[in-house]
Design a protein around this ligand. Structure first.
Ligand SMILES: Nc1ncnc2c1ncn2[C@@H]1O[C@H](COP(=O)(O)OP(=O)(O)OP(=O)(O)O)[C@@H](O)[C@H]1O
Length: 326
């Protein structure tokens, strides 16, 4: 279990992490979601004792990282896949890590096998693809067979096969009862990976809930209604206290939208009670990523990609496409 209390980090005038309090529990994958620059890496670095909090505290099973007797046996982390010495082979790198942490050498062969690098373990790490480097980073994180694992943006730059592999692998680790804390700036990726979500924007906690709850809350429903008696319907709905808006939609003419907590059943019944004819009554799912960007106070990212409208809830393929765009 990871527990943060009022965790804060300032770099001069920049508040990278702002009074964060949260818990990350074992047995599930917890996503740490926020746009670029939200403070995810800084938080992870503080958990690992690589950065000192300006205020507040973060503990691992009640202890500071620096007080752990054998840290690699407790916590494994993948922060930056490319920190390996380029001339060292994967095996040599892991042997060095194992030796300096008093871990048995045979564990190196085990973790190489777990991540599927046995065949290329003798090659110099500098020649590895990003996917192979990520696997090597994960092998290093697993070396001490730790209960707690931190992964900072592990799917960044990976091919579709690599993304699926990492996703399934994290689920397996959580199923084994471990605490898995994984950061990402992509809600669509986290929706497929994490059971719990810790969402931050500009260093602050926005929400901590199950992914399902967050997605429902973020996607904001709206109901679309077409009717030849739009004016009558609008006043009938307004009388029941609902907020409505009428928009001109291309090729469809005037369309009524009802926002907020309302169901299609409610609208259909109101219309029927007034004898109003409906030509369409449909639930419109909001754009998840766009809602997320609004919640986290970042709209720049999408405009940087040249898209005015954020993509809809992304299935795995769309996530892959987004990753390849980078
Ligand atoms: N060593 C540092 N010195 C000064 N500012 C820093 C330092 N590290 C991070 N920051 C700033 O703190 C803020 C949070 O950065 P951080 O890297 O933690 O965010 P992030 O959510 O991990 O984003 P990304 O995925 O882009 O790394 C940013 O404004 C960043 O510029």
């Amino acid at each position: 279990m990871i527990e943060a209390q009022g965790l804060t980090k300032r770099y001069g005038a920049t508040v990278a992490v702002d009074n964060l309090s949260f818990e990350v529990k074992p047995g599930k994958v917890t996503g740490f979601l926020g746009p670029n620059g939200a403070g995810k890496s800084t938080t992870m670095r503080m958990i690992l004792g690589l950065d000192t909090p300006t205020a507040g505290d973060v503990r691992i099973d009640g202890q500071h990282y620096s007080d752990l007797k054998q840290p690699l046996r407790k916590v494994g982390a993948l922060l930056d896949a490319k920190w390996v010495h380029p001339n060292r082979s994967a095996r040599a790198h892991l042997n060095w890590m194992a030796a300096s942490n008093k871990l048995p050498r045979q564990r190196v062969e085990q973790v190489l096998d777990i991540v599927g690098l046995t065949e290329v373990a003798g090659k110099r790490a500098g020649a590895y693809s990003l996917g192979m480097s990520q696997r090597l980073g994960i092998a290093g994180a697993l070396l001490g067979d730790p209960e707690i694992l931190l992964f900072d943006e592990p799917v960044n730059g990976l091919d579709p096969e690599g993304i699926v592999w990492i996703r399934q692998f994290m689920h397996r680790l959580a199923d084994e009862g471990r605490t898995v804390f994984v950061s990402s700036h992509l809600l669509s990726e986290m929706a497929l990976t994490a059971e719990e979500l810790l969402v931050i924007g500009r260093g602050r906690l926005i929400s901590q809930s199950s992914t399902k709850e967050f997605v429902e809350q973020a996607s904001g429903n709206s109901i679309k209604v077409r009717s030849p008696q739009l004016g009558e319907l609008q006043s009938a709905l307004q009388q029941t206290g609902l907020e409505t808006r009428v928009e001109d939609v291309e090729d469809e003419g005037k369309v009524l939208f009802v926002d907020g907590k309302v169901t299609t059943d409610q609208i259909g019944e109101t219309a029927a009670a007034q004898g109003i004819v409906l030509h369409e009554l449909s639930l419109q799912r909001g754009s998840l990523e766009q809602a997320f960007m609004q919640m986290t106070g970042d709209s720049v990212q999408y405009h940087a990609h040249g898209t005015e409208q954020a993509p809809p809830v992304a299935p795995a393929e769309a996530v892959v496409a987004a990753e390849q765009e980078k």
